[in-house]
Design a protein around this ligand. Structure first.
Ligand code: NAD
Length: 508
């Protein structure tokens, strides 16, 4: 552990603010980063007060005014170098993700790989920030649209993807010519500090203006509130719970700012009697138990055709019994701890609700004793009904609800009958069922898959959801457009002044 912290430049007490220079603020209070693995304090961070928050955003705004003038491919070159620097620190940064939030080592390193992948994607994008040319209805006129840098982007991230979500937003924002101020989760300030140090070496070597990347570790009630209400920040990209997202959406909406809201999911897999059941079982195990059920895309519901329901459940229970739970730093561990006592209590409260409704818990659902901390649980399968209030909610823990269906129409109705709309999947080898699921009458989620998990998205696709999962898209496809302002230009190269729609005004 000491080696990892040292290599990443983490001290025992760290400044939590950065605007090109580290800001040591004694007024914002100390935040302890505690590892869920064994409740050990990894290091301390000095949070920002309102005063030093101001220093971060003011510098970010000034930096934007310069950075937007740098040609986009040149901005892409800086991002390319950040990608190279991340490759050098993949192992250590991945290990710090594991230490700080408890996901297993391969998932921690996988998260850093996502950062590298989005950096590569953004490099290519830096030469493809293209608008369209349209034909004007007026003679000798040219019309086109173009995309300009937007401004300071405020990025607020959840604990469960402490580095990837920042990178999804930041690599795109950088090539788009924006500056970024990051408020990380209070569970994971050290990974944020480590990322900033890695990226800053590249920025300094390229004489990028101070403040293009900023960090604001601080309390939600201070830094969070100020950031979302800040009129100098035209775009807030918020990742977190639906409850918090609603507040953020209101605050940003009140000032008519832009918001990307990446909120909670309630992701279902439909398992058809036409599906490959062994592939389905392996996938469900990864989807529901991976990251200890703490992914926004974790599989929370399986909707299984009644003729294969008993077989699927039986195989799943067996698979759950083989899951090795323990220290996520150790090889072979498949599931580490939950992030906090509050998360364990939420899980236990959800299971109490299930019991009140006479729901049958067929596997797991216990707090584990004699572990290195009080945050380890066994992953759980519950036979449930879709309409139960607890099934309609996202409990951020490894609880999987099993629900039966008769017809594919039933399955899709049940699948969509929740408030959230993030990720979804169907296991079937029947072409008609697969196409139905992906059609406009099928899944209502932002992500819909066939024969793969709800979790484990690639960076090339746009990532995001519908309904109470929020709106907007991050990462691939054309998500970049949200980080720029679109401008339509019409140029008259004639000697006349024709008006659109054939309108004559005065002598014209
Ligand atoms: P959370 O809502 O508790 O916190 C999210 C972020 O909001 C943190 O950085 C927190 O410090 C910050 N915050 C707190 N008070 C604030 C305030 N007043 N103003 C602004 N920000 C404030 O969520 P969490 O427990 O960290 O993460 C888990 C949740 O995130 C789950 O619901 C999960 O589904 C969701 N999530 C969604 C996605 C997605 O892409 N849809 C991805 C990851 C996580």
């Amino acid at each position: 552990m000491e080696d990892v912290l040292k290599k990443l430049g983490i001290e025992s007490v760290n400044a939590g603010g950065f605007n090109g220079q580290w800001i040591d603020d004694d007024k914002g209070g100390i935040l302890k980063s505690v590892s869920p693995i064994d409740n050990r304090v990894l290091a301390e961070v000095k949070q920002l007060s309102a005063e030093s928050y101001e220093r971060v955003v003011a510098r970010a705004h000034n930096a934007f005014l310069q950075w937007r003038l740098v040609p986009a491919p040149r901005r892409g070159e800086v991002v390319r170098q950040i990608g190279l620097e991340l490759r050098k620190y993949k192992k250590e940064l991945g290990a710090l993700v594991t230490l700080e939030m408890g996901k297993i080592r391969p998932e921690g390193e996988g998260e850093v790989q996502e950062m590298i992948d989005i950096a590569d994607f953004a490099v290519g994008l830096s030469r493809q920030l293209c608008g369209k040319t349209m034909h004007s209805e007026r003679p000798s006129h040219r019309m086109y649209d173009q995309y300009h840098p937007l401004g300071v982007v405020g990025v607020v991230t959840a604990f469960n993807f402490p580095v990837a979500v920042w990178a999804w937003n930041t690599m795109l924002a950088l090539v788009c010519g924006d500056s970024v101020v990051w408020k990380p989760s209070s569970h994971t300030p050290l990974t944020a500090i480590a990322c900033m140090k890695i990226a800053d070496r590249v920025l300094k070597a390229n004489q990028v203006p101070d403040g293009v990347l900023g960090l604001a570790v601080g309390k939600g009630s201070v830094v969070g509130n100020m950031l979302v209400a800040d009129r100098r920040i035209p775009l807030i990209s918020f990742t977190g719970s639906t409850a918090m997202g609603k507040k953020v959406g209101q605050a940003v909406g009140e000032r008519l700012g832009r918001a990307i809201l990446e909120l909670g999911g309630n992701n279902g897999i439909v398992v058809s009697n036409h599906g490959d059941l062994s592939m389905a079982v392996r996938t469900i195990l990864f989807g529901a138990v991976g990251t200890a059920g703490q992914r926004c895309t974790s599989t929370r519901r399986i909707i299984v055709q009644e003729s294969v329901y008993d077989t699927v459940l039986e195989r799943l229970v067996k698979a759950y019994q083989s899951v090795r739970i323990g220290n996520p730093m150790e090889e072979g561990t498949l599931m580490g701890p939950l992030v906090s006592r509050a998360a364990v209590e939420d899980m236990m409260r959800a299971l109490d609700e299930v019991r009140k409704l006479n729901g049958r818990i067929v596997a797991g659902g216990e707090e584990l004793k004699n572990m290195p901390s009080d945050l380890y649980v066994s992953p759980c399968i519950v036979e449930a009904e879709n309409h139960w209030p607890i099934v309609q909610e996202e409990t951020f823990a490894p609880i999987l609800y099993a629900i039966k269906y008769k017809t594919i129409e039933d399955a899709i109705r049940l699948h969509n009958d929740v408030p959230q709309g993030l990720s979804s999947s169907i296991f079937t080898l029947n072409l008609k069922e697969a196409e139905y699921f992906l059609s406009h009458a099928g899944s209502d989620c932002g992500i819909a898959n066939v024969n793969i998990s709800t979790s484990g998205a690639e960076i090339g696709g746009a990532f995001g959801g519908e309904k109470e999962t929020g709106h907007g898209r991050e990462s691939g496809s054309d998500s970049w457009k949200q980080y720029m302002r679109q401008q339509t230009n019409t140029i008259n190269w004639s000697d006349a002044l024709p008006l659109a729609q054939g309108i004559h005004f005065g002598d014209e």
